[in-house]
Design a protein around this ligand. Structure first.
Ligand code: HEM
Length: 296
């Protein structure tokens, strides 16, 4: 009797196991189409090529070439130095500075841990890469809570103006040692580019990253767009990586500008006060506007 019971249990378990497997297979077969087949957007080949060859090499090029270019800039042209003993102007409120500090803290963890994942095979995978992946995910909500207020507090000042075209033509005057007035409002064209990439780009990175992490995608909705789950996740990875490259390159630029290229500039985002001379030279239109409005 007991033998028959165990046999029945065994048959039942095997049957349910087979059902799970076949359901999973159906799910996989439904979502993963063969390369090039209609519905997969033909992304399989491009995606594998990008993932296995291009992305890591491009990231490597960025983390080597961008700091190297700035090192050469520092050695040949050198920093812009403004007097820190003269008048200062209050530019960043405590709210601005707190939001900025949260974003800076989160990026200081998100970027290096993202790079560890990109170069995962160099680090031989394993626990170190997994811990970095966890940090990358855990710290993202900190960026999320800072990026929305940052967008709201600065978006108006970051709209492009004619000054920005002039600024671009002379590359912000950074290729010369001369201290002559540069056309720029409260923020210059370079700072504006950084702002839009780190806010709009950052929000897109959070969204694509969330899809990749939770893998919970609206399969039905995607199907109406002719997309399979795997094609959608591949698009998310490509977008996440391309934006990641832009953010990494501009983040290095931002840190170089505020810590090295303009000596002592970083104090403005810590104390809120900026040197008058720095404003007069590097943000000449804004300085003129303040003078005209008798604000200084
Ligand atoms: C250690 C990292 C960072 C340092 C040292 C730093 C430094 C600074 C400084 C000095 C300013 C004022 C610039 C000026 O008006 O002349 C500034 C502004 C700004 N920062 Fe940062 N920052 C850092 C990280 C970040 C991060 C991670 C983000 C965004 C996620 C960010 C976004 C901005 C934006 C949008 C502005 C206004 C525009 C600009 O100056 O570029 N910063 N930061």
């Amino acid at each position: 009797m007991s033998r028959i019971f165990f046999l029945l249990v065994a048959i039942f378990s095997l049957d349910s196991f087979a059902t799970v497997i076949s359901d999973e297979n159906q799910d996989l077969i439904y979502n993963i189409l063969h390369y090039g087949k209609t519905g997969s957007l033909g992304l399989g080949y491009i995606f594998t090529k990008l993932q296995s060859e291009y992305f890591s090499n491009l990231f490597l090029a960025i983390v080597v070439a961008v700091p190297l270019a700035f090192f050469i800039h520092y050695k040949i042209i050198g920093p812009k130095i403004f007097s820190h003993d003269k008048k200062k102007l209050y530019l960043f409120t405590i709210f601005n500075r707190t939001i900025h500090a949260i974003a800076a803290f989160s990026f200081l963890l998100i970027i290096p841990t993202g790079l560890v994942m990109i170069f995962g095979s160099f680090f031989h995978g394993g626990a170190f890469v997994r811990i970095c992946q966890d940090i990358h995910v855990i710290v993202t909500p900190l960026f999320l809570i800072s990026v929305i207020p940052m967008f709201l507090m600065w978006a108006k000042d970051m709209l492009f103006t004619n000054d920005d075209i002039k600024w671009m033509k002379i590359l912000g005057g950074y290729l010369s040692k001369e201290k002559k007035p540069i056309p720029a409002g409260k923020f210059n064209a370079g700072q504006k580019m950084w702002f839009w990439v780190c806010t709009l780009g950052g929000i897109l990175m959070i969204i694509t990253g969330a899809f990749l992490y939770f893998q919970d995608v609206p399969v039905g909705l995607l199907a109406t767009l002719g997309l399979t789950k795997i094609a959608f996740l591949r698009i998310c990875i490509i977008m996440h990586n391309v934006l990641g490259m832009m953010v990494t390159a501009l983040f290095i630029t931002h840190v170089y500008m505020s810590m090295f290229a303009i000596k002592g500039a970083v104090h403005s985002i810590i104390t809120g006060y900026k040197e008058e001379e720095e404003l007069e030279i590097l943000h000449s239109s804004f300085y003129k506007e303040l003078k005209d409005n008798k604000k200084i």
